[in-house]
Ligand binder design. Sequence first.
Ligand SMILES: [Zn+2]
Length: 445
Amino acid sequence: MNFQRAQSAASDYAPGHGHREYTVSRYRLALDYSVTANLLTGTADLELAAREPLRAVVLDLQAELAVSQVEDGGLPLPFAQSGQHLRITLPNQLPAGTAFTLTIRYTGFPQPLDGPWGSIGWEELADGALTAGQPAGAPTWFPCNDHPADKATYRFEVTVEEEYRVIANGLCSGQTAEAGRRTWIFEQSEPMATYLATVQIGRYEQVRLGAPKPELPPGAPMQLLAAPARLLPKARTALAEQDRIFAAFEDWFGPYPFGSYTVVVTEDKLEIPLEAQTITVLGRNHLGRKSRRLLAHELAHQWFGNSVTAADWQDIWLHEGFATYAEWLWSEAAGRQTADELGEEAWRWLSHKSENLCLVSPGPERMFDDRLYVRGGLALHALRRSAPDNVFFALLRSWTAGFRHGNASTADFLELAGQTYAGTGIDPAAVLEPWLVDKALPPCP
Ligand SMILES: [Zn+2]
């Protein structure tokens, strides 16, 4: 099988989302949100560059958000909205490579999108709001080029009623209050895919986790917890291991790729935890011992998914297989079940399931199939067991270093594995391909 090195094409997995004709390098989102009315008013400043001669720009934005004005440096531009697209006509054709800006003003009552992945995007909570972008929810709250391979930096200025706290990606760089409303400013200075952008709004109190400041090495990421006051003690207990997971992951996967990590716990129950760049969102139902494995899984996504992002959704196993294997590694390091035991359990579970899933192109409906997660974990376990551990972990660290804050494909992983395993007598592609390409279940590693 030929593994493609796909880059920044419109995705078959999220039809209509993502546009190859241009890139966005920065989003500045000024959002004013009323929790009581679920009314969102936004101004989005985008810095773009044409990748080919450009006469018009098509951005992804759901129609619930009505655009009132588009301009480029003060010059109003004609635009039209239809379905999930905002089409903006440029004054002149721009040659490929030209940088330009767009300012888009919009307002509306944001709604989640229902589709094969359940409910995604902007969602009201009982007393607040969250966004769940993966894989195609970003256009429910801001105009964007919604493709995982078009990464950009972000600034968020989010204004809400004063009793609520806002958490967005990156570091909070300030807040101001006026007339019963408060504006929260966040900077995400590392490149980020649109689906990982998030705003969390609730009656949250925020505390710092992890080692006290004087003990932190310079540049160590800040660990934060935001939760309703009544849930803070329980959440702290649930996250008691997090400092040790951080240390183990940095050892195995290389330095944590961002400046901070915030766990948000919602007052609402959530079906699954949500991943975002620098943030994990848990429901209040995820604080028990049964959910403990999820903490390692979600933290691992900061390396696998958020820093190194699949070039397209067909390679989602590069996120979920790795995060699942991180769970197993942590379980073993914490003195619980070993990776061998968890692998065998997973293999037995898979052996009773139908064999109709191909890991490297699962199809949009099966991107988040449980089988993809554990088969991906098993693929990595098979690779680890094929050679000494130090080779496997060297590969993981080269992977996170070589593609840090970028995009990568399965072909990239196989190529890097081939380089790392050179001299071991093992062909990593031959080990991995039955797991990645075949539908039948290979023998238990
Ligand atoms: Zn995951």
